[in-house]
Design a protein around this ligand. Structure first.
Ligand SMILES: [Zn+2]
Length: 306
């Protein structure tokens, strides 16, 4: 039942680009890794203490992007799009080497990561995948922002809503089943911002590498990118990509049902921290042919989890 077994890449994949916020040139290599090693980032520009794990509790900053920091103060930032790609493609184990602090932004979406990974394909191990099953409803509220998770049978559903005062973006809402639905529009959707926020972002030290090549920019009721949007719900689809990437910091794929209104990196991280605070909120289990009723084995949702 190999579709329920842990996956890595069949060979290494190389990316080059710039960091969205630092503006710095960066090279990133994805290297195959054995079962039960998980996803690990390695800062190859540093000689010591250079491993940084994408864990819920290593999130040191979630303003505009997700930054993880190890016990020695070594960080990797803007990890959410590569993590979203790995979650969506079901990659369990991978070593990610980078020679700078920030993951390359590429075109602002996860599509270049996804395409290159699919080009090399996967190596499927004999070891079963592990899953986190949510047992109780958990909620986090922050002003008008809201996120909750509750239990579901075998899916991860994300129901996401954004409400912007800007007339071009406006309100968008989408519900998606991560293991069953086509994720192409989620992977393709780019980072976005309002034109009037750019100066402020730059003053705060963000978005130094930002341009119309890696972000959708909206000015009043107008889109500044000449090529237009990639899909009708590109804004909320990108938020779902971010959410999926941030959720993967749980360590394993999740069985649960998420509802989110106007959330972002920080709210998703607060939700995960709240889940893991109490053991009764979740169960971790291995899933393989022996651990599930045989009637479930041929069901599409379970197959597509892997
Ligand atoms: Zn993003």
């Amino acid at each position: 039942m190999s579709v329920l077994n842990q996956k890595t890449l069949s060979k290494k994949v190389f990316f080059e680009g710039i960091g969205l916020h630092t503006g710095k040139k960066v090279s990133m290599t994805l290297l195959p890794s054995g079962p039960n090693t998980g996803i690990t980032f390695k800062r190859v520009d540093l000689d010591n203490n250079n491993l940084v794990l994408p864990s819920v509790f290593n999130v040191s900053n979630a303003t505009l992007c997700t930054t993880i920091t190890n016990d020695y103060g070594v960080s990797v930032s803007t990890i959410e799009h590569i993590m979203g790609a790995l979650y969506g493609l079901g990659v369990d184990n991978l070593l990610i080497e980078i020679n700078s602090q920030e993951i390359p932004i590429m075109d602002g979406s996860a599509s270049i990561f996804v395409d290159k990974i699919l080009e090399v394909g996967f190596d499927i191990s004999e070891v079963p995948i592990k899953l986190i099953k949510i047992n109780n409803k958990i909620e986090v509220m922050d002003g008008s922002k809201y996120i909750s998770i509750e239990k579901s049978n075998v899916s991860l559903d994300i129901d996401f809503e954004i409400k912007f005062n800007n007339s071009f973006i406006g309100n968008q809402r989408r519900k998606i089943n991560i293991y069953e639905n086509d994720l192409s529009d989620i992977f393709n959707s780019r980072t976005f911002c309002l034109y009037e926020d750019i100066e402020n972002l730059r003053n705060m030290g963000f978005a130094k590498g930002g341009s119309l090549n890696n972000a959708v920019v909206v000015k009043d009721s107008e889109l500044l990118n000449k090529e237009g949007l990639r899909n009708n719900l590109e804004f909320v689809n990108h938020k779902i990509l971010d959410c999926m990437g941030d959720l993967y910091l749980a360590g394993f794929k999740i069985i649960g049902s998420i509802k989110c209104s106007q959330g972002g990196h920080s709210l998703t991280n607060q939700l995960l921290r709240k889940i893991f605070k109490e053991k009764i909120n979740y169960s971790i289990f291995e899933i393989n042919e022996k651990s599930i009723p045989h009637t479930y084995i041929n069901k599409l949702p379970l197959k597509s989890i892997a």
